[in-house]
Design a protein around this ligand. Structure first.
Ligand code: NAG
Ligand code: NAG
Ligand code: NAG
Ligand code: NAG
Ligand code: NAG
Ligand code: NAG
Ligand code: NAG
Ligand code: NAG
Ligand code: NAG
Length: 872
């Protein structure tokens, strides 16, 4: 036992010294069997690949040279991948990870351009009208699910003369499924889209039809298909294929590359690394922040967190396109919007009036969560959202004979549930407001509904211009400010494959991202010589902070970045602001010295930063005026200390907010006037809200506003630098979800908590698991089995060692981490060498590295120990 423990420790200390690092992923991440990505150190030449060609038991599958320095390999079954990590020149060895496309939430839709309103809000319309720009001459590479290039609004052509599609291919084919042991890859010269995702985003960038008008309809396009068809409700791919798509897009010389991925949280991950490397080589990379907003803070995904990548959050569209339903009562007829979930197979079409009723279930409730006694034959049922699943409601209505369901929301706007294919009656979502009004009508007398086929209408949205609830939140695990900017991504109407209906309304940060790609194409057309950094600063500094309708302050930069894109202002900009955003790192409590004005603040968390402003007007000098705007603070805890996913917001409203509870900005300006072509500096002191308690874990933020007035001009142009930070000692933050979430927990194989662990005896057919949640992505998590008598650790549990974990939450892509307790433990962090656990009393010791912590330094870990149990 002694020896064992020692060997175990030695292995751990050796890591990261000479050998490359073998990365173990958390168990909820699906990876490809016997396949790895080998990342070379940056100084290693690509000819290094020959060493791997020469190795037995290894097949070099792909060699990446421009976006990524490394290879992907397949190994003979059983080959220890650590062998690869120990090869000279290797930085890291990664399992090949499967990725999901960020699934958009569809709703049916079709009508003439609703974009004109949208494009007016983002300066795109003004750019079309006043500047006559359309993206001509700019090349955009799209890494996605392919495109239906036969769509008339997308040119109806492939690589012919004058066709917008001049580049691209299919790297994956239609048959790939991550459920297969050896997924089938069938590359093809043309990237036809069988899913719809890529066709929809292509339209947002560059549709040129009477129905949909993209942001940059003149751009030249390439489609690099890396997602296969939807199988088992997921649209999947793997790292090695995406890297191929990125490399090909880079090789074709695109100005802008837009990448579509889900999962991961770290800038160190291969796709983040590849994206950052392309950025360094002068290509703009735009990536979606993710659709895990329901999980709250720290749900930002890779590669959006990659250094230099433009990360994008989503705001809701001002208008929604949908099918109208005509509600008739004895008094009048009114129109409501019907939102059809994308997965629903039955269109809600009733060409003549059918009765609508609001039945109560066996429990007397309008929620429809138990059986109906009433016969609903020939009737449409109005049901409220909540308590049980949409499918349960639909099934209960179906069983009672209903011919359709109008389900009204219990939150603002719409939602798009996944409806089972077995539900063969139409099921649509309507707003809470419409639902309650129809319920009132039903209480007064008979009500009917008519919904004609192929009729579409545009409705104003009550959430227009607000951050979309699905949009993921920053910051990155190590407090980098993401997203950088926001664009419309909620309820976006765009092109769809001809076979799937030609047009659709979808929601997702996937829809906001191509909007930014298109915007950059316009900017690049106007100023072809801009560097990547200049593009980032022009775009971000010209954005407009978003006012949160509920608090009256700005939305946190961790939700919206600098705010809503304004393309026109970024094109007309005559200043370059650097840096583009201020990520406030961990700050200590201390007095501000040597700056008399701030002495009275006492001991505070503060940071000083310098912002440089380059006046790019060649003739006129500019005067700089400063202001600042405060944004909401966000916390993962409610006032009574209860953990919450949807963050708690401060202030509750703008009435009588103590100043001390808001962040404060003091500006000290070196140059108030900057001559033509010259650069000036502004120093800012950012003071965290002293009136908010450290123990309440607040994330604060705001904007430095620079109003620039050029010589002889009346109008001031407004520029913005977002800032955000954590109000406390971030290095002691807990990274595991708190015990109030019921985690970590010792559970049986049915995931039921074990009530009395002292009665648990592992062995024979009895195994158990430890489940845990990750609130802040952690660099290293270990779960070891410890002998409770001797205190000696025997080794890691299965899935008990991993690095670069992402976040988990009940409504997120990843729901929880899990490690198996079954009497076998691993003595190495690659989880290869096993021993059988001798009989005795044990407990599980879970260690999760806190932010900025050092691997191996015990003090930097959050610890959890399970109760004792027996291993027989
Ligand atoms: C849509 O646009 C086309 C072409 O501009 C026009 O002919 C048609 O009438 C429009 N449809 C509606 C519903 O506005
Ligand atoms: C998240 O999931 C919980 C159940 O685990 C549910 O009650 C809640 O409504 C969900 N929240 C969102 C925003 O979907
Ligand atoms: C509801 O109705 C179905 C079908 O009629 C039946 O199978 C089921 O047992 C009923 N459930 C309850 C709780 O009564
Ligand atoms: C679109 O939204 C705007 C802003 O809410 C509203 O004024 C306009 O009427 C809407 N358009 C339609 C056709 O509903
Ligand atoms: C752009 O990238 C985002 C994710 O980063 C993705 O969701 C979207 O589909 C991509 N758009 C295009 C046109 O490829
Ligand atoms: C942020 O602070 C931590 C320690 O608190 C440090 O380890 C890290 O390097 C800092 N990061 C940056 C970008 O300054
Ligand atoms: C804390 O407040 C929330 C919301 O007001 C409530 O749901 C929860 O039960 C409270 N928890 C405790 C421990 O009081
Ligand atoms: C898990 O559930 C199954 C089916 O309900 C049951 O037969 C089995 O005993 C349960 N296992 C444990 C460990 O509770
Ligand atoms: C525990 O599970 C692992 C993985 O399934 C298996 O290889 C091992 O044999 C199991 N150990 C025991 C004692 O059942």
């Amino acid at each position: 036992m002694q020896l064992l423990a020692l060997a175990f420790m030695v292995a751990a200390t050796c890591l990261g010294v000479d050998a490359g690092r073998f990365i173990t992923y958390p168990s909820h991440i699906r990876t490809k069997r016997d396949a790895y990505i080998v990342e070379f150190e940056s100084h290693i030449p690509s000819t290094h690949v020959s060493r791997f060609h020469a190795m037995p038991d290894i097949i070099v599958k792909r060699h990446y040279t421009n976006a990524f320095n490394g290879i992907s390999v397949a190994t003979t079954k059983g080959l220890d991948p650590v062998h690869l990590a120990n090869t000279e020149g290797v930085l890291r060895v990664w399992p090949v990870r499967y990725h999901y496309a960020f699934s958009p939430s569809p709703s049916s839709a079709q009508l003439n351009s609703t974009e004109s309103y949208l494009h007016r809000m983002t300066g795109v319309q003004k750019t079309f009208e006043d500047l006559g720009l359309n993206g001509k001459g700019v090349k955009i590479g799209i890494v996605d699910s392919g495109v239906d290039y036969n769509h008339p609004d997308l040119g109806g052509c492939w690589k012919t003369k004058g066709c917008p599609w001049q580049y691209g291919k299919d790297f994956i084919g239609d048959k790939f499924s991550m459920s297969d042991a050896d997924p089938i890859i069938e590359p093809n010269p043309t990237p036809m889209d069988c899913d719809g995702h890529g066709t929809h985003v292509s339209g947002i960038i560059a549709a040129r039809g009477s129905q949909v008008h993209g942001v940059a309809p003149g751009a030249t396009l390439g489609m690099y298909r890396v997602f296969s068809c939807t199988k088992d409700d997921v649209l999947s791919t793997a790292d090695d294929i995406i890297l191929q798509g990125i490399e090909a897009a880079y090789a074709d010389g695109h100005d802008i590359i837009n990448i579509s991925l889900g999962g991961g949280a770290w800038p160190e991950e291969p796709l983040s690394v590849a994206c950052s490397k392309i950025v360094e080589q002068g290509v703009v990379v735009v990536a979606a922040l993710g659709n895990d907003g329901a999980g709250g803070l720290h749900t930002a995904a890779a590669p959006a967190v990659g250094h230099g990548v433009i990360s994008v959050g989503s705001v809701d569209n001002w208008n929604i396109t949908g099918n109208p339903g005509y509600i008739t009562t004895a008094q009048d007829t009114k129109t409501i919007i019907l939102s059809t979930p994308g997965s629903a197979l039955n269109p809600f079409v009733f060409s003549s009036d059918v009765p609508v009723v609001a039945p109560v279930d066996k429990e007397g409730s309008i929620l429809g969560c138990s059986n109906y006694t009433e016969d609903l034959s020939g009737k449409v049922a109005l049901i409220a959202r909540g308590t049980c699943t949409f499918n349960e409601k639909a099934r209960n209505a179906l069983q009672a004979g209903a011919i359709g369901v109008l389900c009204y929301n219990n939150a603002p706007g719409f939602t798009s549930p996944a409806i089972d294919k077995s539900i063969d009656i139409p099921f649509v979502i309507i707003t809470e407001e419409d639902g309650k009004s129809v319920a009132d009508d039903i209480a007064k007398g008979p009500v009917s509904i008519k919904a004609p086929k192929d009729e579409y209408k545009v409705f104003p949205s009550t959430t227009g211009g607000q951050i979309s609830p699905f949009s993921s939140y920053g910051p990155s695990p190590e407090l980098e400010l993401v997203p950088l900017i926001s664009a419309p991504g909620g309820n976006i109407w765009s092109t769809y494959p001809l076979k799937l209906g030609k047009y659709a309304s979808l929601s997702g940060t996937s829809m906001a991202t191509p909007y930014i790609s298109g915007a950059i194409a316009l900017l690049k057309q106007a100023h072809p010589k801009l560097t990547v950094d200049e593009i980032r600063t022009l775009l971000v500094a010209s954005a407009k902070p978003i006012t949160d309708a509920t608090t009256g302050l700005s939305s946190s930069p961790y939700q919206s970045g600098a705010g809503l894109v304004d393309v026109y202002e970024s094109i007309k900009s005559r200043a370059q602001i650097d840096p583009v955003a201020l990520s406030i790192n961990n700050t200590k409590m201390r007095p501000i010295q040597g700056y008399s004005e701030l002495k009275d603040l006492g001991t505070v968390r503060w940071t000083a930063r310098t912002i440089t402003i380059k006046n790019t007007d060649s003739k006129k000098s500019v005067r700089v005026y400063h202001r600042d705007t405060v944004a909401n603070s966000l916390s993962k805890y409610l006032a009574n200390g209860t953990y919450t996913y949807t963050p708690r917001t401060w202030p509750v409203n703008t009435k009588s907010v103590p100043k001390s509870t808001l962040p404060q900005v003091y500006v000290q300006s070196a140059d108030e006037t900057i001559s033509a072509g010259k650069t000036g500096e502004v120093t800012v002191f950012i003071v965290a809200p002293k009136g908010l308690k450290d123990s309440e874990n607040w994330y604060y933020g705001g904007f430095i506003n620079l109003d620039l007035q050029w010589d002889g001009e009346e109008k001031r142009s407004s520029y913005v630098v977002p800032y955000a930070g954590y109000n406390g000692d971030y290095t002691i933050q807990n990274v595991l979800s708190p015990s109030s979430e019921g985690l970590p927990a010792l559970v049986d194989m049915n995931l039921t908590a074990i009530e009395d662990p002292s009665k648990l005896a592992i062995g024979g057919n009895t195994a158990a698991m430890v489940l845990f949640g990750i609130a802040i992505p952690s660099r290293q998590i270990t779960l070891t089995l410890v002998n409770s008598g001797t205190g000696m650790s025997l080794g890691y549990l299965l899935d008990g060692y991993y690095e670069y974990s992402g976040f988990t939450c009940p409504n997120c892509t990843a729901t929880a981490g899990a490690a198996l307790i079954n009497g076998t433990v691993f003595t190495d962090e690659k989880l290869v060498d096993t021993i059988n656990v001798p009989t005795g009393m044990y407990h599980v010791h879970l260690k999760a590295l806190r932010p900025f912590g050092e691997i191996g330094n015990d003090e930097d870990y959050q610890i959890w120990d399970s109760a004792d149990f027996y291993v027989l």
